[in-house]
Design a protein around this ligand. Structure first.
Ligand code: ATP
Length: 220
C-alpha cells in the first residue's frame, strides 16, 4: 500500500498500543513503535517495520528518536501511570504537534488534559460502554459517548419506523437526535434527506442527546 504522508509514533506495545500501531500500518501510514521492554520489541519486530526499545521517560531517548518530527504521538503505556504521565509531559515540552494519551481512570485523564494532551482516550471504559449498550439493546450495533450528554449510536432501524420517511419519523423533534447517515447494505447515504424512507435492514447512525438516543435504542 502507498505510504501516506502523516507519521505516527506509538509508545507502549500492550494490547491497545499494538492494535493502534498495526491498524495505522494497515491503513498505509508510517509508524514508529516504541517500548521499553525488549521482549515486546522482539515480539513485534516482524510485523512493525520501525520498532525500537527506549524508555520514554528519558528525555534524551525521546530527542534521539526525533519524536518532535512525528505528526501524532500516541501514549499507550498502561499500568505505569507515572511513566505514562511523565512521557506525556516530556512530549509536550518537546513540542510534539498532537499527543493522544491513554488514561487508566478519570483522575488520570484529567491530569493528562492539564498537562496538555490533545486527546485523552479511555479504551477500557469506552469498550465497556459499547458492550453494555449492545447487551441492553441488541439492536445497538455501536455506541460512542462524545460527552456525558451527547452520543453517537449505530442502531438497526426499529420496526415501528420502517416505511416512514425521516421527516415522518420525527426523530429530531421527539427524541432530539439527528440521523447523520443510513447504512443500506453496501450503500452509505450521507447525509440522508428528510424524505428518505427508512427500510427494513437499514442501519441508522444517529447523533444527539444521550437520553433521546437511549429512548431510540429501546424502540422496537
Ligand atoms: P493493554 O491493556 O493495552 O494490553 P496495559 O494497560 O496492560 O496494556 P502495560 O502493559 O502496562 O499496559 O503497558 C503497555 C506497554 O508499555 C508495555 O509493553 C510496557 O513495556 C510499555 N511501557 C511501560 N513503561 C514504558 C516506558 N517508560 N517507556 C516505553 N514503554 C513503556
Amino acid at each position: 500500500m502507498a505510504k501516506k504522508e502523516k507519521q505516527f509514533a506509538v509508545i507502549g506495545l500492550g494490547r491497545f498500543g499494538a492494535s493502534v500501531a498495526m491498524t495505522l500500518l494497515k491503513l498505509g501510514y508510517e509508524v514508529l513503535a516504541i517500548d521499553s521492554n525488549p521482549e515486546q520489541v522482539q515480539k513485534f519486530s516482524d510485523s512493525i517495520t520501525h520498532v525500537v526499545q527506549a524508555d520514554t521517560t528519558d528525555e534524551n531517548a525521546l530527542k534521539e528518536l526525533g519524536i518532535r518530527n512525528f505528526d501524532t504521538v500516541v501514549v499507550a503505556i498502561g499500568a505505569d501511570i507515572q511513566a505514562n504521565t511523565m512521557t506525556t509531559l516530556l512530549l509536550k515540552d518537546l513540542g510534539v504537534n498532537r499527543i493522544v494519551a491513554k488514561a487508566s481512570n478519570t483522575l488520570h485523564g484529567k491530569m493528562l488534559q492539564k498537562i496538555g494532551a490533545d486527546q485523552v482516550v479511555y479504551p477500557e471504559r469506552d469498550m465497556g460502554q459499547r458492550v453494555a449498550h449492545n447487551l441492553a439493546a441488541p439492536n445497538v450495533l455501536d455506541y460512542i459517548e462524545l460527552s456525558p450528554e451527547v452520543s453517537i449510536v449505530e442502531v438497526s432501524a426499529p420496526q415501528m419506523l420502517i416505511g416512514k420517511s425521516l421527516a415522518e419519523a420525527k426523530l429530531r423533534s421527539v427524541y432530539g437526535i439527528n440521523v447523520v447517515a443510513i447504512k443500506r447494505g453496501e450503500e452509505m447515504i450521507v447525509p440522508p434527506l428528510p424524505d428518505e424512507k427508512i427500510l427494513a435492514q437499514d442501519i441508522l447512525i444517529v447523533v444527539g442527546d444521550s437520553v433521546g438516543a437511549q429512548r431510540l435504542e429501546e424502540l422496537q
